[in-house]
Design a binder for this molecule. Sequence first.
Ligand code: SF4
Length: 414
Amino acid sequence: MSGVKLFDTFSENPTYARCEKKRLGLYLHIPFCRSKCAYCDFYSMVPQNDELIERYVNALITHMQSYRQGTKEYYVDTVFIGGGTPTCLPTEQLIRLIRAVRKNFTVVKDAEFTVEANPATVDTPMLNRLRRAGVNRLSMGLQSANNEELAALSRIHRRQDFAESFRAARRARIENINVDLMFGIPYQTRESLMKTLRYVVRLGPEHISLYDLILEPGTKLYAQRQNLPFPSEDEEADMYLAAVEFLAQNGYGQYEVSNFARPGYMCHHNLKYWNCEEYLGLGVAAHSFFRGNRFAFIRHMDRYMNGLELPNSAIRLTEQNDTVSPRERLGEYIMLRFRLREGLNCRDFARLFGFSFEELYGRKMYPYVKNGFATYKDGVFALTPRGMFVSNYILSDILEFEDLGQLDIFNGTK
Ligand code: SF4
């Protein structure tokens, strides 16, 4: 196994590098929301005034300018403005950010350009302006079409707000809409989830995401966990499998654990994360995988803004900066490939890492194949929907990193 060529980044590998200029995904983090949802542990806050918003937008523009030179050999083919709630910014500030993206990066003409929106924070004039500025995809956080469930999550919108926002987006001629949904919500039943899905499918978005609600310590929902009627794990499994089936019957193919799309509408930006491609995340608490390094900007508003306003200050903007070791890359690759329905192709794996996935992991994988949690066909292992529901368990079972120490390629790496 020794002497195997390990590429510094996936994009250096001929399998992935098919173009002269390198491709880059750009993410901008907007850390503001109208109010905090009960389950949320994202880095977001309720801004006390417009001055804070303006100051943050200025800092983010300075941040983009600082990467202008260093990204000259890239073209940006996906932009994602997320948060937080980008649409709780005044429209003018959002437009300033979009203009700064175009000014500081080479954005291709047909780039996928997504803005995340809370249904209570958009209207037709705003969406018209965003579309004219180049936004062609809207990601709307509905979570549930059941108002009792929405109240349990402390969402600020109700089903009617969503219906109006969705119609406003179509009026603004936004032709690619994602709707975020959740399962595992207090009070939710399989039937109420199916009602939500039927309602959403009738509206006809191009893309649907369905996430399992995770109870994060420190959130309001976590503190209330004993007093609220959460579905059991078996009920959740039932909901997930029923949803996957229903969405497939209605033209939304599953391409990732939590993501479903009509043909041609997979989210190209998120696919970069799962395909280990390069992306640059700017803004407070934003993460990147750029030039073979993973790094994150600090989770502290004042320090972030001060660091950009005072470029000669000693404030360190990154809080984590790691070169990805071959061992980490391998573990990450396996985890990410198994999130995707297309799964892990053993030939690609051998090309990238220089040894056989079947030889190393086959013994672990075959019982899952035999019991319907995974499939194996033409050299490709993939998880079935049943396997995806318990993917964390399966991955921790197969990824016994200690075994990898025996391989020469990991000698001398951490
Ligand atoms: S809108 Fe999103 S980011 Fe904001 S508090 Fe709710 S879940 Fe968190």
